[in-house]
Ligand binder design. Structure first.
Ligand code: FES
Length: 166
């Protein structure tokens, strides 16, 4: 858990960040999930070395941390794309064609649901009802909602977020 300067004494910034997160939650009962959640918010995902560090800091078995991370779909052990495309697969959206929209994204992005494009730009996910069924079928890209979609909209949405400068 030491830094990359190889001095052997200082920690990498990500572990210093986790130290602060653990400090915030350490007196809470069931601190593991809030700590994992905050760590993922900060780092974008929970790689194995981070899980091991959290287990050590909270003094819980590593198997328990792995178990929680793999059980809850909100946790990810791989980096997410810069833009997360979440297609609503709730009933109202599904009956209005969300499945076809999802299939078109898979085809055009060259990934399956849950995967990230090789360039790290997009992660494609399915999600439950977003609470705006009147706009079905709906998807959200990060915090931006797009509604009343057809498969013809897919390339425009991909191009819109590709064109946004890094
Ligand atoms: S089912 Fe998709 S927004 Fe409600």
């Amino acid at each position: 858990m030491s830094c990359q300067c190889e001095c052997g004494t200082c920690k990498s910034p990500q572990f210093e960040l986790i130290d602060r997160i653990v400090e915030t939650h350490k007196d809470e009962q069931g601190a593991l999930i809030p700590v994992l959640h905050a760590a993922q918010e900060a780092l974008g995902y929970l790689p194995e070395d981070v899980q091991a560090y959290i287990a050590e800091k909270l003094n819980v078995p590593l198997s328990e941390v792995y178990g929680v991370v793999s059980f809850y779909s909100l946790f990810s052990i791989v980096p997410k794309g810069k833009y997360k495309i979440s297609v609503c697969l709730g009933t109202a959206c599904y009956v209005k064609g969300a499945g076809e929209v999802m299939a078109e994204f898979e085809k055009q992005l060259g990934v399956k649901v849950g995967q990230t494009t090789e360039d790290g730009h997009f992660t494609l996910e399915g999600c439950r009802c977003l609470g705006c069924c009147g706009l079905a079928p709906v998807l959200v890209v990060n915090d931006n909602i797009h509604g009343r979609l057809t498969t013809n909209d897919v390339s425009d949405i991909i191009n819109k977020y590709k064109e946004i400068k890094q």
